[in-house]
Design a protein around this ligand. Structure first.
Ligand code: FE2
Ligand code: FE2
Length: 196
């Protein structure tokens, strides 16, 4: 399977994840390396693609909109964890929470989308077992893509971008002026309590 070859899968991602795809802040993930040559932007597109592919292949009945948006934003931490800073050494353990908080500042997020992001690093985050079908699916798609990226160590075929790299409609500076979805303090505490 060539990631990005199925236009129907990309049409689903475009329809359900449009507000994310047209945000400059999301496209800025191209500046942050994920694995080897792969940047966070193409990694996130690939995980969204793989998630929809698996959902369709196994005819899963789930909230596909949340799957697409959660997958696109699952690594929305917006820093380069390869920079030589002490706190980056624990990136693997902490970035899911950082991505969740950053995503909630910039996009309206429902509960399922938050769970997808918060729990995608299971089993490294051993206490964050995916607690819904959508979170389990994206967690699995992320592992598949990360494994492929680590083995191949080369960029995805450019076909992945076709139809998904949309013109920017939400420049970064206007994101600050929009009303963000507030991650309610009690909701974060609730998620942390579930970890224990
Ligand atoms: Fe991640
Ligand atoms: Fe990831």
């Amino acid at each position: 399977m060539l990631i990005g070859e199925d236009k129907r899968i990309k049409a689903v991602i475009r329809r359900l994840g449009r507000d994310v795809l047209v945000a400059e802040s999301f496209q800025s993930e191209v500046n942050y390396i994920q694995h080897g040559e792969i940047d966070c932007y193409e990694h996130s597109l690939a995980v969204a693609y793989m998630s929809v592919y698996l959902a369709k292949k196994f005819r899963l009945r789930l909230d596909l909109r949340s799957v697409v948006r959660g997958a696109l934003l699952h690594d929305y931490f917006l820093y380069d964890w390869h920079d030589d800073e002490a706190w980056h050494r624990l990136h693997g353990y902490h970035h899911a929470r950082t991505a969740l908080i950053t995503a909630c500042k910039d996009f309206p997020m429902n509960r399922t989308e938050k769970q997808i992001i918060f729990r995608h690093m299971f089993p490294l985050n051993i206490t964050r077992f995916p607690n819904c079908k959508e979170a389990a699916l994206v967690c699995m798609a992320d592992k598949i893509c990360a494994t492929m990226e680590t083995i191949r160590r080369s960029k995805y075929d450019p076909i992945l971008y076709q139809g998904l790299r949309l013109p920017i409609e939400k420049p970064m500076k206007t994101l600050d002026g929009r009303r963000p979805s507030i991650l309610r303090r009690d909701e974060l505490c609730h998620m942390q309590a579930q970890e224990r």
